[in-house]
Design a binder for this molecule. Structure first.
Ligand code: NI
Length: 442
């Protein structure tokens, strides 16, 4: 039997808190899960710094990847005998689902920004480069790894396959919304996935939803909207992220200025040089990052030491609402005052802006162009979701942005109350003099 058709003697199951069980029958899938590149995802948290806000959010990209695989397995199980579905694409869909987040590194977003990295680039590299994953995929058939990479990159010719993995209602989102809700413990993020899976239909090059399932989809869109604002953009999580990225910038700055670290930061060297090869990239997981942050608490550099101590012990920055577009003057004055007070504004003052567009109809040619969710009417016609649903219409195309200014409340509180610099800072931050706190990070 060719490798691609090989089935396990006995089906393997993973116990999963969200989907109950994840089923594996294909030898290829089992082998992919066993590779070091895939096992590495156990050491990358799905939600980065969110565990400092929601202590349950310690789940990994490994969990999520298995979950996306399981959802795809169920969807295409339903598609099996439908006209527009080509079952030869089955294994390709399963592999792409399993591997779609393979290139994520530790605390993805902060690392990507600090060292100019792109996890999608590394996902492609792991699939196409000299890796265990690559060898397994090429055993399926020559050129199979390219196909998997193309599906994940959304360039694969069969758009139906692409839309299963990435669209406005795809297996990736359906998994992370439920999983992140489960592990954070919030009451948002729940929707009737079983129902959505039952009403999904493959029509030509897209997945559509039978109109009788519209309300389940409304629920899904709303839960996505709420999860973004309640969990993903939580201001405390962002405070931890600000500190994390300041640590990385400080460490890089010190490295570039020939500072002598007590222990040479071997694992970071290629990151500091912004010349990261695949081997170095795969070595840096969150356990290594924590190891260095632990060590750097004993460094001579006061800023690096303090920032690491903050991150490890959750002594986060406070925050206030602050719109940099409208408050440029205040921003400049604050930087100046921080400088005068002996608090380096490059590391202790930051504006973070987060925005989300919960759903959008099709706007061809626009920068953030997205394929819409189409409903399948009983007479066989398709109708775009927001034209049928008042609830979805109300939030369609509406981008919401939130700006926050982050600063170390404890350092400000430590300044002398009679100090005019402190008084002016407090005024600008709209804080009461004696408290010096701002919104508490909790
Ligand atoms: Ni994902």
């Amino acid at each position: 039997m060719p490798y691609k058709d090989e089935q396990l003697h006995e089906e393997k199951v993973f116990k999963d808190p969200v989907h109950r069980y994840v089923h594996v029958q294909d030898r290829v899938i089992w082998d992919l899960i066993a590779t070091p590149e895939f096992q590495r995802l156990r050491r990358i948290k799905q939600l980065g710094t969110s565990y400092l806000t929601f202590h349950g959010a310690e789940h990994s990209r490994f969990n999520h990847s298995l979950g996306v695989y399981e959802i795809i397995r169920r969807i295409i199980g339903n598609f099996e005998n439908r006209d527009d579905w080509n079952d030869d694409e089955r294994l390709l869909c399963l592999c792409a689902a399993l591997l779609h987040d393979l290139g994520h590194g530790p605390f993805s977003h902060s690392f990507e920004k600090a060292f100019k990295l792109d996890h999608e680039h590394f996902t492609q590299q792991i699939i196409l480069g000299d890796t265990h994953i690559h060898k397994i995929l090429e055993r399926v058939e020559t050129g199979f790894s390219r196909k998997v990479a193309d599906v994940i990159d959304k360039t694969y010719e069969d758009k139906l396959v692409v839309s299963l993995i990435s669209s406005q209602i795809d297996a990736d989102r359906m998994d992370y919304l439920q999983r992140d809700a489960y592990f954070t413990g919030v009451s948002y993020g729940h929707f009737d996935m079983e129902r959505i899976l039952r009403v999904m239909r493959p029509i030509e090059d897209q997945v559509v939803i039978k109109s009788s399932g519209m309300h389940a989809v409304e629920d899904y869109i709303m839960s996505r909207y709420q999860m973004y604002w309640q969990v993903y953009f939580h201001p405390v999580t962002r405070s931890a992220e600000v500190i994390l990225s300041k640590i990385l910038h400080r460490a890089k700055y010190l490295f570039e200025n020939n500072y002598t670290f007590k222990l040479k930061p071997f694992h970071f060297t290629s990151f500091f040089k912004e010349d990261v090869g695949l081997t170095d990239y795969l070595k840096l997981d969150e356990s290594i990052v924590f190891y260095y942050f632990q060590l750097w608490q004993e460094e001579d550099d006061a800023i690096l030491r303090d920032l690491c101590e903050r991150f490890m012990n959750r002594r986060l920055f406070k925050y206030i609402e602050f719109n940099p577009n409208l408050q440029m003057k205040e921003w400049k004055e604050l930087s100046q005052l921080f400088e005068e007070a002996g608090i380096n504004p490059d590391y202790y003052l930051e504006v973070d802006s987060s925005s989300d567009l919960p759903y959008d109809f099709y706007r061809p040619g626009e920068e953030d162009e997205r394929l819409p969710i189409n409903l399948l009417l009983p007479d066989g016609r398709l109708k775009e979701l927001s034209r049928n649903s008042d609830i979805v219409e109300a939030i369609s195309g509406k981008k919401r942005t939130d700006h926050k200014l982050y600063f170390p409340g404890d350092l400000l509180a430590g300044l002398h109350n009679n100090d005019p610099v402190k008084q002016r800072i407090m005024e600008l931050l709209n804080l009461e003099q004696s408290k010096g706190e701002g919104k508490n990070a909790d």
